[in-house]
Write a protein that binds this ligand. Structure first.
Ligand SMILES: Nc1ncnc2c1ncn2[C@@H]1O[C@H](COP(=O)(O)OP(=O)(O)OP(=O)(O)O)[C@@H](O)[C@H]1O
Ligand SMILES: [Mg+2]
Length: 187
């Protein structure tokens, strides 16, 4: 008997308008850090309360650079003032920012040993009352929320600054990203 997974169900039922959570939605070349900042600004404009954005990639791939720019964009929206210092949460594991439209929780889970440790970092509050940016989301195992945008950053060999971002997500994220592309195209 064929094991029935979400993906086989999706194919069997022919629900083509509802792709699985891990569909590749966009692939973007980021020739320099300004391009990463622009991508972060775009995601920040789309972000709403309850969003989970998982930032994957090797050491130095640009996860913190993207998170910083995302927080700066939403900080400016909330406060109008220049952004405060945005440290990497490498050692603190989480940093919290009072932004608009929601508080941003920036996690770096590289150092956690057990997924359950995130509960001590305010994970539940981040999911219910904020926007969560999560570096090293792999560390969460099955605690990683299914409804999320996943940004996979890779350093490409053709230049020290060149990165590639791949965005994965569900139908809801697909609709948000493509609506934003259409607006950019018409503007
Ligand atoms: N296109 C680019 N996008 C993002 N960062 C870039 C780019 N080009 C160069 N950089 C540089 O690469 C470095 C990326 O470091 P960053 O701390 O963001 O990586 P990271 O993925 O968070 O690593 P870690 O896993 O150690 O937390 C920064 O020094 C940044 O200035
Ligand atoms: Mg980092």
């Amino acid at each position: 008997m064929i094991p029935v997974t979400d993906r086989t169900l999706w194919v069997i039922t022919g629900a083509m308008t509802s792709p699985p959570a891990d569909s590749l939605l966009e692939e973007i070349r980021l020739p320099d850090e300004a391009a990463t900042v622009a991508l972060a600004g775009r995601l920040a404009r789309l972000a709403v309360l309850g969003d989970v954005i998982a930032l994957k990639g090797d050491l130095g791939a640009g996860k913190t650079a993207l998170a910083r720019a995302f927080i700066r964009a939403l900080w400016a929206a909330a406060d109008g003032a220049p952004a405060e210092e945005i440290p990497s949460p490498t050692f603190t594991l989480v940093q919290v920012y009072d932004c608009q439209p929601a508080t941003v929780w920036h996690f770096d889970l590289y150092r956690i040993k057990d997924p359950e440790e995130v509960y001590e970092l305010g994970f539940e509050e981040a999911l219910s009352g904020g926007i969560a940016l999560i570096e090293w989301p792999e560390r969460l195992g099955r605690l990683l929320p299914r409804h999320r945008l996943e940004v996979v950053l890779e350093q490409l060999p053709d230049g020290p600054r060149l990165r590639r971002a791949r965005l994965y997500g569900d139908a809801a994220w697909q609709a948000r990203l493509s609506g934003d592309r259409r607006q950019a195209g018409s503007g």
